[in-house]
Design a protein around this ligand. Structure first.
Ligand SMILES: C[S@@+](CC[C@H](N)C(=O)[O-])C[C@H]1O[C@@H](n2cnc3c(N)ncnc32)[C@H](O)[C@@H]1O
Length: 153
């Protein structure tokens, strides 16, 4: 599993709580803020399955492929779909949260492009949906699918 944007380690803790200790599942998280990365690294120092990296989110992709990626860096949400999906295994899942449901958009957002929804809901190698997780909060969940078979199309 990969988390882009470790922050203070809250998401890392949720993801780590799902690790099955009897398997070889690993969780990698990264943040470019050295203080945050060091803090999260200290928090998880007893967890051998958790690796905390300091640096730009793209540096973590070389640790893949991953079966689950939580994209929580703004730049990666807005412009990272090719790189992120490129490091997902087939059948692997991607999650993008912190979306405002469309009906709650302020007037100034309406009629303007929504690069995050456009990218992640329409990407050819992803089967993805927007999921409402609270009255004022939505996320996108996607699964990497096999590219269409040229012979059968
Ligand atoms: C929304 S917070 C992450 C919160 C965390 N995932 C959680 O759920 O608790 C976004 C984080 O991305 C980090 N960040 C922003 N740009 C980045 C970049 N280019 N590379 C790596 N981390 C970045 C910020 O320092 C910030 O800590």
């Amino acid at each position: 599993m990969l988390e882009l944007g470790a922050g203070c380690g809250v998401g890392t803790a949720w993801l780590a709580s799902g690790l099955q200790t009897e398997t070889t599942t690993r969780l990698v998280t990264i943040d470019h803020d050295q203080t945050l990365a060091a803090t999260v690294s200290a928090l998880f120092s007893d967890w051998s399955a958790v690796t905390v990296l300091t640096g730009d989110w793209r540096q973590a992709l070389s640790q893949g492929p991953f079966q689950l990626i939580f994209v929580d860096v703004s730049e990666a949400k807005n412009a990272g779909v090719d790189d992120v999906v490129g490091t997902l295994t087939e059948g692997g899942m991607v999650m993008i949260d912190d979306l405002t449901p469309v009906e709650l958009w302020p007037e100034e957002w309406r009629g303007k492009p929504d690069p995050v929804r456009d990218a992640w809901l329409n990407y050819p190698d992803l089967a993805s949906s927007e999921v409402r997780v609270a009255s004022d909060h939505a996320m996108i969940v996607g699964t990497k699918i096999a590219p269409p078979n040229a012979e059968s199309s």
